[in-house]
Design a protein around this ligand. Structure first.
Ligand SMILES: NC(=O)c1ccc[n+]([C@@H]2O[C@H](COP(=O)([O-])OP(=O)(O)OC[C@H]3O[C@@H](n4cnc5c(N)ncnc54)[C@H](OP(=O)(O)O)[C@@H]3O)[C@@H](O)[C@H]2O)c1
Length: 345
């Protein structure tokens, strides 16, 4: 059986990456590829890798509601409306934006507005039983058969995969995350600070303190680890994301416990590859894949662990993970149409 999939925001970087993945998916077809200002325009005009004569569709909720599943790859404001309408119509949704990732209080704190549908806010106690946070390695059981899945942000994905298994070993209030992303993480729209002349040959931090992904990391890190210091950086590459995460280990915890905790969590995971201590992941090795590579080292002088975690921001950080979630929702093998192996060099 072939599943009929809709992609809204198909003219953006996340949506277009999903079109590339769906093109090779054995049991999913991109039946509707909707955009806002680009509706009616040729897809290949924006994305030459998606050659052909197909054009972007209009966003029509009634048409989308007839499909087997819809992926939203729009800003969170549009996703709040479209996600609620499709969920209410009984159409499964995977949303790439932050619209449904937090609790109602978290959403007010980090996005400055009341959540219109706390029952759809995955991080809220009042969330419906078929609403899930879409990090399969942490929340797989809730994602299977879900009605709405909030796909994690790219920075939280790399950070949570690196730190979540270590939560019982860490001292609350000591977590620092220093993360770097390629410029596709900021989307397709032209912005002054993303021009080649600004980005090329330069490296800069932004958004600290108080980048919105901080709230998502704090909400989904298990074990009451408290406030997190998070600083993202923009690096001169198209795609790829590396999170370097630091935390103070509890008394008596050493390198063996750290490596064991990560191995227990990921030995059976198809997309997360634990490297030996001292081998550090490269973002380039994950390009185009749904993989995450990570490793941890412990410094006995400071008592801190350093975990480095690399993903493709458009892969495991966005479209790849959305497809992994779509597979789970629709009862397929979660690896279908996805690979943990990137394009290298
Ligand atoms: N880029 C990443 O690495 C990444 C990673 C994780 C999560 N995300 C999240 O995924 C979502 C999409 O990100 P992106 O990077 O793909 O953005 P993008 O390249 O800027 O694309 C945004 C898309 O949304 C559409 N759109 C914009 N405003 C809309 C509105 N008011 N109503 C309906 N559609 C609208 C655009 O359509 P037109 O172009 O036709 O106007 C475009 O297709 C965002 O919520 C983002 O935070 C992105």
């Amino acid at each position: 059986m072939t599943h009929r999939i809709g992609v809204v925001g198909a003219s953006g970087y996340g949506g277009a990456e999903l079109l590339r993945l769906l093109d090779a998916h054995p049991v999913m077809d991109a039946e509707v590829v909707a955009a806002r200002s680009q509706a009616g325009e040729p897809i290949a005009g924006l994305f030459p890798n998606l050659a052909g004569s197909r054009t972007f569709d209009e966003i029509d909720v009634e048409v989308l509601a007839e499909l087997d599943l819809v992926v939203l790859a729009t800003p969170h404001g549009a996703a709040l409306e479209l996600g609620a309408a499709l969920y209410d119509a009984g159409t499964p949704v995977v949303d790439l934006s932050a619209a449904f990732r937090l609790s109602r209080d978290g959403f007010r704190t980090w996005y400055g507005e009341s959540h219109p549908r706390p029952d759809l806010a995955a991080g809220d106690e009042a969330a419906a039983a078929d609403v899930a946070y879409g990090l399969p390695e942490l929340e797989r059981d809730r994602i299977v058969g879900a009605g709405l899945v909030a796909n994690p942000g790219c920075y939280p994905t790399a950070t949570l995969l690196g730190l979540a298994p270590l939560a019982p070993l860490l001292t609350p209030g000591t977590i620092v995350v220093d993360a770097k992303s390629g410029t596709s993480g900021a989307g397709r729209a032209a912005k002054d600070h993303l021009h080649f002349a600004h980005v090329h040959g330069s490296l800069t931090a932004y958004g600290a303190p108080g980048h919105r992904h901080t709230g998502e990391i704090e909400r989904w890190l298990p074990g009451g680890l408290g406030a997190v210091s998070f600083t993202p950086h923009l690096v001169p590459m198209s795609r790829g994301l590396l999170a370097t995460c630091y935390g103070t280990l509890r008394d008596g915890v050493g390198a063996d416990e750290v490596q064991d905790a990560l191995a227990d969590a990921y030995d059976a995971e198809p997309f997360v590859h634990l490297l030996d201590p001292g081998d550090f992941p490269h973002t380039k090795a994950l390009a185009g894949s749904n993989g995450c590579q990570l490793s941890a080292v412990v410094d006995p002088r400071t008592g801190r662990v350093t975990v480095t975690s690399a993903i493709d921001n458009l892969g495991k950080g966005a479209a790849g993970q959305a497809l992994q979630n779509a597979n789970l929702i629709l009862g397929e093998d979660e690896t279908l149409g996805l690979s943990a192996v990137g394009v290298y060099p």
